[in-house]
Design a protein around this ligand. Structure first.
Ligand code: GCW
Length: 663
């Protein structure tokens, strides 16, 4: 059967008939208190569709419980109580949380709110689709209330750093007429418990707020509302100056009464912002926050911390872009209104293949924060390379920042627990497009799936998450699951940039192929400071940029000492000779040579591994994935040789294994 990727992991492929038959199936679906636009109503429809697909049964949806056995009941805890249901077993649920109880063919899905009921529904269907027929009774609540995606879509339909065709939201300056793809996207988002979306680029165009576009945003919100996904927008800081009529948030609310909030990129990469008007970044954030405030709780203003000077002089050893987020925001801690979140990219530079966590998380102790991850693989292969990102995200989420010398694991900071904050969050730049795979590659969708899972529970095991995605997307067979558990991020790191030197893509134009020379001799501040003898950024307090001092003392001390700096971030933190010995006993340069060979060799295996799935997955997706993996295998060799030759010619140091520079 030909399969396109529109359903993503929500395919509801039929189970083999013997399994279908051996399973006790509910006979009705009871949906409590729902209007046609409510997520509970959607839940009923989704249950019908899913059970039909997976188990081959047509079930009726009714609105009343007749207390018969063998039904699936879905609703909020409140609606369940109001029809006499007993909720004593259900523990306290946070917003969007749910209770799922499965006892043979009696299933109860009770949400703390309507969205929670829909999330529980997707959970139940995910279990069935994965052949998991366990009897369960448990509650789950999100780690953080903000679980959003950001789309960098422009009004003309192009997408900044999007690799899957034009926008599903916009074209020719306005919102598209047919919003079918927008609804389908909302369905995918709801199934991974994403509750908000910023629909336009952070490099925002003020025309988004003209009259016809506000009406268009209303239509987008209507298309996503049945899935519990609220829309928000990126604002250009100068919008009020550029619009012919002054936009008021009231007008926008007429079209989008459940607006999620605003996202603002200000004073960054030539965008306007409060500093342009001699106001602080906090003044600027609060200005928008106060316009939102009267419209109720839960509506928030996300202000990006990606503010840096991109006119930096490399000849000054002390200059460092990595310092800028804390330089710009650290002293403003406590000055932001309570509905402001500072949205911080995971690392201090910019979505590189490996970075330490941004120290800003340890400097904003009295401010709401959200982490910004990137699903779109801007520097990480642009969906032409398979890179399963959660192992990278985990290096950040599991990181202990040791605030005040106490355990301060990033995921506990992000859940609000460590700093006693009730609001916190996750955002991911996703940039889906009209391509039927959404991201341009079937396998890249594992990153979107895993993002939602980890935002809900950052302690989830990233391999288990990938395996769930695989069973849902391609099938439950062992060969399939084992094959798709390929270790792709370590391979990509190895053949692009290792030891913390950054990704080494071209940073001036494409952010794609190898161009290690492009990092230096310009003012962008993504420097490697590679010369004939040495390489790396000296971020020490004693001799370098002082970046380390932005971390809590124990972390500073670990990095300040080269012997306690982990190898994988060595060159991120220290400037060393190519002959510096690593803990492995190898020199830095030999490690480079070997790692690039090892990474490329791993990528060479991907097509061979994938070949094992011929006949086990549908032909169309088999071929599409194979095409990409073969491309990656070839490109990995290009990368290996380009980087190795570059450092060989810079350093003049021979490869101990005699591979580099010999033609
Ligand atoms: O990494 C840079 C990207 C820009 C992006 C910017 C940002 C939307 O190259 O394309 O602009 O980050 O995050 O604001």
């Amino acid at each position: 059967v030909a399969e396109n990727g529109l359903d993503g992991w929500l395919r509801y492929a039929a189970l083999p008939s013997d399994i279908q038959k051996s399973h006790a199936t509910p006979s009705t679906i009871v949906v409590l208190n729902s209007s046609e636009t409510s997520p509970v109503y959607t839940a009923g429809k989704e249950l019908q569709k899913g059970i039909h697909g997976i188990l081959g049964h047509e079930l009726e949806v009714t609105g009343t419980t007749n207390n018969t056995n063998a039904s699936i009941l879905v609703g909020t805890t409140e609606s369940f109580s109001s029809v006499g249901g007993n909720t004593t077993e259900v523990p306290h649920l946070k917003d969007d949380g749910f209770w799922l109880s499965i006892e043979n063919a009696n299933v109860y899905i009770l949400g703390q709110n309507e969205r929670g009921a829909l999330y529980g529904t997707f959970e139940y269907l995910s279990m069935l689709a994965q052949r998991n027929f366990s009897q369960v009774a448990y509650a789950t609540s999100p780690s953080a209330p903000i679980r959003w995606v950001n789309e960098w879509d422009n009004l003309d339909g192009s997408i900044e750093r999007g690799f899957a065709g034009p926008s599903i939201f916009f074209q020719n300056g306005g919102v598209v007429d047919d919003l079918a793809r927008v609804s389908q996207y909302a369905r995918l988002l709801a199934s991974i418990r994403v509750n908000g979306i910023i629909v336009n680029n952070v490099n925002a165009n003020f025309n988004l707020l003209n009259a016809s576009n506000m009406a268009g945003l209303g239509r987008v919100a209507n298309a996503m509302r049945p899935y519990g996904v609220c829309i928000g927008i990126s604002l250009n800081f100068d919008s009020p100056r550029n619009l012919s009529s002054l936009m008021t948030t009231d007008e926008l609310y007429e079209h989008v009464p459940d607006l999620a909030g605003f996202l603002v990129k200000a004073n960054s990469e030539d965008q306007p912002g409060p500093l342009t008007y001699n106001r602080t970044l906090a003044d600027g954030a609060n200005l928008f926050a106060r316009a939102l405030k009267p419209h109720g709780n839960g509506i928030v203003m996300l202000f990006r911390a990606f503010v840096y000077d991109h006119h930096l002089n490399e000849s000054n050893w002390k200059n460092d872009r990595a310092n800028h987020a804390v330089d710009f925001f650290g002293h403003l801690d406590g000055q932001f209104d309570d509905n402001v979140f500072i949205q911080i990219k995971y690392g201090p530079i910019d979505f590189q293949v490996r970075e330490p966590p941004s120290p800003l998380f340890a400097n904003l102790l009295g401010t709401n924060t959200a982490i910004e991850l990137q699903v779109t693989q801007e520097y990480l292969g642009q969906q032409s390379h398979l890179v399963y990102l959660p192992p990278l995200w985990k290096t950040i989420l599991d990181y202990d920042l040791r605030i005040d010398g106490e355990p301060s694991v990033m995921r506990d900071i992000l859940s609000g627990g460590r700093l006693n904050r009730s609001l916190s969050g996750y955002a991911a730049v996703v940039n889906v497009g009209t391509n039927t795979t959404w991201l341009g590659s079937h396998l890249a969708m594992s990153n979107l799936y895993a993002y939602g899972r980890l935002a809900w529970n950052p302690s989830d095991d990233e391999v288990a998450v990938l395996q769930d995605w695989t069973r849902l997307t391609f099938g439950a067979g062992k060969t399939i699951v084992d094959t798709i558990t390929m270790e792709s991020w370590p391979a990509y790191e190895n053949y692009t940039g290792n030891l913390g030197i950054q990704t080494l893509t071209d940073i001036l134009y494409t952010h794609f192929g190898p161009n290690p020379a492009s990092q230096d001799d310009n003012s962008w501040g993504q420097w490697t400071r590679a010369d004939a003898d040495t390489i790396g950024m000296d971020r020490t307090v004693s001799n370098g940029t002082g970046f380390f001092s932005q971390y809590p003392a124990q972390v500073t001390a670990m990095y300040e000492d080269i012997n306690t700096t982990p190898n994988e971030l060595l060159l991120w933190f220290h400037h060393v000779p190519y002959t510096q010995q690593l803990k492995s006993g190898k020199t830095v340069i030999q490690h480079f040579y070997d790692a690039h060979y090892a990474g490329a060799a791993t990528a060479q295996m991907f097509p061979t591994q994938w070949a094992a799935l011929e006949g086990l997955v549908d032909h169309e997706r088999f071929e599409e994935v194979m095409f990409r993996l073969e491309y990656q295998a070839g490109r990995a060799i290009v990368w290996r040789d380009a980087i190795n030759e570059f450092y060989w010619s810079k350093s003049g140091i021979e490869d101990g294994a005699g591979r580099v520079g010999k033609h």
